[in-house]
Design a binder for this molecule. Structure first.
Ligand code: AGP
Length: 608
């Protein structure tokens, strides 16, 4: 997820763009840049790192203009660097982009064959060259339209053309773009905070719409050129809330971004025609995977829960033994790992010291390394032989939510890929699993619509002295995740347990003051989960059942109940964990906790 902004008007456009980028920094902050019209044509300034580096350049040169576009980056293709920073340029065309061009490699080859040369590793530069190819023979608007007909993927674009000063073109598909209307000035941006201190009158572009900003105002049309009339909305949010997209906290915003995090993570990584998962996307090959006799997965915290879930999926779909370790334990136990093994590290930040130490130890012992990571160019990604980037966008809340769901989608694809390499998943079975994945974002949306129900449960139990979370099979790691979310957000003690373990000790804790969250799926363990519910109830415990719709009977025997849509057993785990994220969030808020920055925690634990 990146942030883009464009401005035309009577203020200093470079300053307006820079200020706007600072308010979009939560969308990405590994590099930034600005392009503006001057008497030399279009000038570009870019720099690696946070926006303050770009601000220093702008201030030192006292740059000024009436039209400018800018970008703050969260890298998806190409490591954070000045060369990969936006804006990108081809001839007189300059582009800033938020999104992912799925077919950029095919387009890059086609353009290279036409003599284009590239200075970056990004998908955006390819799009810029494609637009420029068309701009030689048509208007900028038509060149953008023509180029986008060849593009697959997601984009929110701002495009300027040296031949047409005082014009900015914006287009959106699967990435947000809003227009700000001022007195003799106009704005486009990824999000309202970028310009709301100048204008609160906004137009939210819809899918496939194009806006042209000039000094005469804004004109909106479809990509086919049909004029579109749009409603002007007046924003009432506070600037602080606006940065959170109208949500009270980043954590809540990121929970609600999870459908998008899954969509962006899986986009372009498999083919529904063949049912094949792209090994290239993992930086792997059949030759690398075929000899793998055992897979080790290491991680910490929430990422470790994704690792535990991966074990269930890979062992069931690919029949390869998987050993999961907490990273801080792995290297101190003299692990029996060698060059016949694949080591997978799962890390949102890519900088967790315990995980990096385990990764280095496994590498020293000869294992092939795959990093599943959310930060392009992070240490884990740079030191791994292969990398699968989740595209959940920057996760600002310390408690991991959308990054976890994106990790889960990643290991689900990895399990299918392994199953295919091992010849255990044919096209039909693969397509069924992938179709379930394509439908997952919509089902997460359905679960998110239960937020008020979860909020009601939170208000009933916000003063509890402790919680127990129970699950079986792949839902056992989800129980662990639900307990961790509650602990780290509300400071209430909570334990996640394999439901079968209750009778081996924890059942002594059960009484009417200890709510028990029980995850239930209509699978081979359903009857056992009903038994667990009865075990808790018979000792006066209050059961909060989180179950799939096929298990609606559990509502009649539970104190409270949340039903989520059906899907396959693997992806159901994600639908069951989303209410647990919301429960932790609402209890934390009710207890007056700092849910975005809980006490004692850090977003990236870079110490052992
Ligand atoms: C998750 O909510 C926690 N903030 C924490 O457990 C986190 O998952 C852990 O520190 C691992 O971080 P990583 O994924 O960046 O390696």
């Amino acid at each position: 997820m990146c942030g883009i902004i464009g401005y035309i008007g009577n203020k200093n456009a470079v300053t307006v763009v820079l200020e706007g980028l600072k308010r979009l920094e939560y969308r990405g902050y590994d590099s930034a840049g600005v392009a503006f019209f001057s008497d030399k044509g279009i000038e570009v300034r870019r720099c690696k790192g946070k926006i303050r580096g770009l601000a220093a350049i702008v201030e030192a040169e006292k740059l000024s203009a009436t039209t400018a576009i800018g970008h703050t980056r969260w890298a998806t293709h190409g490591k954070p660097s000045e060369e990969n920073a936006h804006p990108h340029r081809s001839g007189g065309i300059v582009v800033v982009h938020n999104g992912i061009i799925e077919n950029y490699l095919v387009l890059k080859q086609m353009l290279s064959d036409r003599g284009h040369t590239f200075s970056s590793d990004t998908d955006t530069e390819v799009l810029c060259h494609l637009i420029n190819d068309y701009a030689c023979t048509m208007s900028t608007e038509d060149a953008v339209r023509a180029a986008l007909k060849e593009v697959k993927g997601a984009y929110a674009l701002a495009v300027i053309n040296e031949k047409e000063p005082g014009k900015i073109i914006g287009v959106r598909k699967d990435s947000p773009l809003v227009v700000g209307l001022g007195d003799g000035e106009s704005f486009i941006a990824s999000d309202v905070p970028a310009f709301m201190h100048y204008s609160r009158d906004v137009i939210f572009l819809d899918e496939g719409e194009m806006v042209v900003l000039t000094n005469d105002g804004v004109v909106i049309s479809t990509l086919e050129g049909e004029p579109v009339r749009k409603e002007v909305v007046s924003i009432t949010w506070s600037p602080a809330m606006a940065e959170k997209g109208g949500y009270r906290h980043f954590m809540l915003k990121e929970i609600f971004e999870q459908p998008r995090a899954v969509e962006d993570t899986i986009r372009g990584r498999f083919s529904m025609e063949t049912g094949e998962v792209s090994l290239d996307e993992f930086g792997l090959s059949r030759e690398m995977l075929l000899p793998v006799k055992k897979i080790f997965i290491v991680a910490c915290g929430t990422s470790w829960h994704a690792a535990l879930a991966a074990k269930y999926m890979i062992e069931e779909l690919a029949r390869i033994p998987v050993e999961v370790d907490i990273a801080s334990e792995f290297r101190h136990r003299r692990p029996l790992i060698n060059n016949e093994n694949l080591m997978v590290v799962i890390t949102q930040s890519g900088e967790t010291a315990d995980t990096l130490a385990a990764q280095r130890e496994a590498k020293r012992l000869g294992a092939c390394m795959l990093s599943i990571c959310n930060v392009v160019g992070s240490t884990s990604a740079r030191e791994a032989a292969a990398v699968f980037y989740t595209h959940s966008g920057p996760e600002i809340g310390v408690a991991s939510t959308k990054a976890f769901v994106a990790q889960f989608a990643a290991v689900y694809l990895l399990a299918i890929a392994f199953g295919q390499v091992k010849g255990l998943l044919d096209g039909e079975r693969s397509r069924a699993l992938l179709q379930d994945l394509l439908m997952l974002p919509g089902k997460i949306e359905t679960v998110l619509s239960l937020d008020d129900t979860v909020k009601g449960i939170a208000s009933e139990f916000s003063r509890a002295r402790g919680f127990i979370y129970l699950g079986r099979g792949i839902n056992f790691p989800m129980a662990l995740e639900g307990a961790l979310k509650l602990k780290e957000i509300s400071y209430i003690h909570a334990e996640g347990y394999a439901a079968g373990e209750m009778k081996h000790g924890p059942i002594a804790l059960i009484d009417e003051d200890l709510p028990v969250v029980i995850l239930v799926a209509k699978d081979g363990l359903y009857e056992k989960m009903l038994t667990s519910i009865q075990e808790v109830k018979s000792r006066g415990g209050k059961v909060i059942a989180v179950a799939s719709q096929a298990c609606e009977d559990v509502c009649g025997i539970s104190h409270r109940c949340i039903l989520v849509p059906e899907t396959n057993p693997y992806l159901l785990a994600i639908l069951l964990v989303v209410p647990l994220q919301l429960l932790a969030y609402h209890i934390g808020v009710l207890r007056g906790c700092d849910v975005d920055q809980p006490r004692n925690l850090a977003k990236s634990v870079t110490v052992e």
